[in-house]
Design a protein around this ligand. Structure first.
Ligand code: FES
Ligand SMILES: [Fe+2]
Length: 408
């Protein structure tokens, strides 16, 4: 992050800590309609217009390191095959055979020279070209060149694999990720390795889940003995960034380079020397539209992904990455950090399912968001920007009021 931005954020934290009234010039936010968490029409619009169009981070490149390695992405009701090419680039294909539409690959991951459909043995090379068709003589005027596997957009950034299922050009990945990608450069993400990966499904709308990761207003209650001991929410500086992304910088109450309570005395504490001052001294969390949250730390960062599985069901996936440690054995530090992080996640999960039940009560009309909750408003506003307000029932729309507050 450049020094000018760091100084601006520091000044903002001082301002937030000392102000004793609502910030002048910042508007009262329109209330978010409660039905946005229970309405099937809106949910379908979100899947169609956002999740099936936007760039989505799906997993680490190190899951498919070698030519011929493949791995399935099977969320959002789609099966997309990510295949490492002979030139080490990646391609993404719909797992749909161009004969009669059987899935080409049935395994979650593997390595192969050829993608061979199990139904009638049509075979595709790693680039998706149809190269073998049994009993070719029985197909009249048939051109195999017209029957390539259908591709999805695929790109990488910082060792992460991204896809977009848009039928149109989704635009450049890096343009979409910036300025967050730029601010995360100091982590040298491509050099980091996967420490662990987990998944938990929670019975709540994906926005109920995501909302909980967009503010620290709930830290003194939901995370009384964890996050709240570490962070000073009163000085949190939120930043609304272009493309629906956002930043939350929260000063630490205790400065722990180890990242979590109890890690101070560990034999090995990972530390990314290249981290900017702001990432080293404070807790910087990012929200990347539409479904990726990361609270960064000098030890590395977890990518927390929110995958809608239904109107009232969300899969949380989190992938912790960090510098490679000396030796083969995973350090105790990471075993303890995992327990500590799981505990914080669990505190949130326990809160989410009851919230969905409450949202479904029929009496939850709308939610008034305060100034420090404005990141929640911002991504709801962005959801409606992507869908187009003309396509959303009037009573559940969120007007665009925050554009003037997006950081230049
Ligand atoms: S459906 Fe794949 S070969 Fe027939
Ligand atoms: Fe939380």
């Amino acid at each position: 992050m450049d020094i000018k931005k760091i100084n601006e954020i520091k000044a903002q934290m001082d301002y937030e800590r000392t102000r004793n009234s609502h910030p002048e010039g910042f508007p009262k936010l329109p209330e978010i309609p409660g039905k946005r968490y229970t309405d099937k029409t809106l949910y379908d619009l979100e899947i169609e217009n956002i999740f099936l169009k936007s760039w989505l981070m799906i997993f680490r490149e190190d899951e498919v390191p070698n030519p011929g390695d493949y791995k399935m992405f099977n969320k959002l009701g789609r099966e997309i095959l990510i295949v490492r090419q002979n030139d080490y680039s990646l391609k993404a294909f719909y797992n749909t055979c161009q004969h009669r539409g059987a899935p080409v690959v049935r395994d979650e991951k593997g390595n192969t020279k050829m993608l061979r459909c199990q139904y009638h043995s049509w075979a595709y090379d790693l680039s998706g070209n149809l190269v073998k068709v049994p009993d070719m003589r029985d197909f009249k005027d048939f051109d195999p060149n017209c029957k390539k596997l259908k591709q999805a957009h695929c790109d990488t950034w910082g060792g992460w694999v991204y896809i977009s299922l848009s039928q149109d050009d989704p635009g450049s990945l890096i343009d979409f990720l910036n300025p967050v990608a730029h601010e995360l450069e100091c982590f040298n993400s491509s050099e980091l390795i996967t420490v662990y990966k987990k998944s938990v499904t929670v019975k709540a709308n994906w926005k109920t889940c995501l909302d909980a990761f967009m503010e620290v207003y709930h830290a003194p209650t939901i995370h009384k003995d964890t996050v709240n001991i570490l962070l000073d929410g009163s000085a949190m500086a939120a930043g609304l960034l272009k493309n629906g992304h956002s930043r939350m910088v929260t000063p630490k109450k205790i400065n722990l380079d180890g990242g979590f309570l109890g890690a101070e005395n560990a034999d090995y504490v990972p530390y990314i020397e290249t981290c900017d001052k702001i990432h080293a001294e404070t807790n910087v969390a990012y929200g990347m539209f539409p479904n990726f949250i990361t609270p960064t730390d000098t030890s590395g960062y977890p990518a927390i992904l929110f995958w809608p599985k239904g109107l009232r069901e969300t899969e949380f996936e989190w992938i912790q990455i960090a510098p490679k440690w000396p030796g083969d054995k995973k350090p105790d530090y990471w075993r303890e950090q995992e327990i500590s992080f799981d505990l914080i996640m669990e505190e949130d999960f326990k809160n989410l399912e009851p919230m969905q039940i409450s949202h479904d009560s029929g009496v939850f009309e709308s939610m008034p968001l305060n100034y420090q909750e404005r990141r929640i408003y911002y991504y709801h506003q962005m959801i409606d920007d992507w869908i187009g307000r003309e396509n959303i029932p009037k009573d559940i729309q969120v007007p665009n009021v925050l554009d003037p507050f997006i950081e230049a």
